[in-house]
Design a protein around this ligand. Structure first.
Ligand code: PMP
Length: 449
């Protein structure tokens, strides 16, 4: 770290309150200041290079210096830097992007709503679900079921949907009408002698029991990530999604697929709904929609969701919701170019093929004395480390060791996540896995199993 009162580090400590950071500890340790990027690598202000094994925040699909995205943003900035979508207004990029997203949707969808972050998208989904229930003359249908360890954001409603203690503790959350069912993690929740399929059946039975207890006509929707990300990269057990969807269908409950991490190729198909045969009524996207070069999120709704909302807004006179930057033209232009590049370069196939290779390499470490489980699909995976005396302690140390060796990962408690950019090559996976393997051995010396 550079020293001196005017260093970037000192000024960051002085003036910047960080997200997802221990604010008191930050005063002592300071930041890692990143200056530039090149493909899947970033460089800090001391010139050190890091392989970004998290693609930033599961999001920089095209890597850190895609000129075509810069050009698309520049062209749009010059042509029309801002316009909105209130009061029947529109513009070319948002129309083109809405059409494009509907055309690649994994199931027939009707409309796209634009927001600026995953949290905002999910908050809006909650509000529109309530609005829809009122429109249908079912004011009691307001509860939303999500899952423990699920991640849906940090705004008041989306943080409530999130099933992680740190997002509720001391924030006075969750709000009313949010229910959580079990996390589909066979590794930690599976019982002695239970098969993966039996475990999936139990997950569906628990969901069904919750619905029965609460009253099926009080439940508006079930929301879930096809593959859980921030909860520790949890891949659903075999048959999970068909069993869950059967329960929802039986009780006529809408399904919201939160594909904020998964969409645009992450699991080896354009949408994880295709990977798992999921047929959502609402599908939420963000992050890789622009490779995070511009804040943008969106969700698709089908006719069943759209129709009552349209009628209610007609009754009231307006749909009383919208963000200044909803469907920002620069974000829309970047998203269109980003999706075009993903298609042209066949990056979904790269996620499937290079992803399968990454999973093989992760699985090869499953026998390491410090590794409890390797899991993942496509270009998203995790190594679950044996917990130390304090949960998360070993994961945090592993994180530091890898970062010192030039690989940025992220520990979710003791699960080390790997979610490299979609453009990653086999050679780069080899390089990353070399550091992971070496780091595990150093960890074993410093904090033996
Ligand atoms: N949903 C999922 C599945 C996510 O992974 C995230 C972010 N990690 C969000 C929602 C929230 O997105 P944002 O941080 O853009 O608000």
């Amino acid at each position: 770290m550079a020293s001196g009162m005017n260093s970037q580090e000192a000024r960051d400590i002085a003036y910047h309150l960080h997200s997802y950071t221990n604010a008191a500890r930050h005063l002592e340790v300071g930041p890692l200041v990143i200056e530039r990027g090149e493909g899947p690598y970033v460089f800090d202000n001391g010139g050190n290079r890091y392989f970004e094994a998290m693609a930033g925040l599961w999001s920089v699909g095209l890597g850190f210096n895609e000129q075509r995205l810069v050009d698309a943003a520049t062209r749009q900035m010059k042509a029309l830097p801002f316009y909105h979508s209130f009061s029947h207004k529109s513009h070319g990029p948002v129309i083109d992007l809405a059409e494009k997203l509907i055309s690649i949707a994994p199931v027939p969808m009707s409309k796209i709503y634009f927001t600026n972050s995953g949290s905002e998208a999910n908050d809006t989904v909650v509000k529109l679900l309530w609005y829809r229930s009122n429109a249908l003359g079912q004011p009691q249908r307001k509860k939303i079921i999500s899952r423990l360890r699920g991640y849906h954001g940090v705004t008041v409603a989306s943080a409530s949907l999130t099933g992680l203690p740190n997002n509720h503790r001391s924030f006075d959350l969750p709000i009313a009408n949010v229910l959580h069912t079990m996390a589909p993690h066979f590794g930690s929740e599976g019982k002695e002698g239970e098969s993966e399929e039996e475990f999936a059946t139990r997950c569906a039975e628990e969901l069904e029991a919750l619905i029965q207890r609460e009253g099926p006509d009080t439940i508006a929707a079930f929301i879930a990530e096809p593959v859980m990300g921030a909860g520790g990269v949890i891949v659903p057990p075999r048959t999970y999604w068909e069993k869950i969807q059967a329960v929802l269908k039986r009780h006529d409950i809408l399904l919201v697929a939160d594909e904020v991490i998964c969409a645009f190729g992450r699991t080896g198909k354009m949408f994880a709904c295709e990977t798992y045969g999921i047929e959502p009524d609402i599908l939420v996207m963000s992050k890789q929609i622009t490779s995070s070069y511009f804040p943008l999120s969106a969700f698709m709704i089908n006719e069943r969701v759209f129709e009552p909302i349209a009628q209610e807004s007609d009754r009231i006179g307006v749909l009383g919701h919208g963000f200044t930057a909803s469907g920002h033209p620069v974000g829309a232009a970047v998203a269109l170019e980003n999706i075009a590049i993903i298609e042209e370069r066949d990056l979904v196939r790269n996620a499937a093929e290079t992803g399968a290779y990454m999973q093989d390499r992760l699985n090869a470490l499953a026998g390491h004395p410090l590794v409890v489980e390797a899991r993942g699909i496509g270009l998203i995976g995790a190594l679950e480390l044996k917990p130390g005396e304090i949960p998360g302690q070993r994961g945090a140390l592993m994180n530091r060791i890898m970062q010192d060796k030039g690989v940025i990962s992220r520990n979710m408690t003791d699960a080390m996540a790997f979610c490299p950019p979609l453009i990653v090559s086999r050679a780069q996976i080899d390089e990353m896995m070399g550091v992971v393997t070496e780091s595990l051995d150093i960890l074993q010396q410093q904090m033996p199993a």
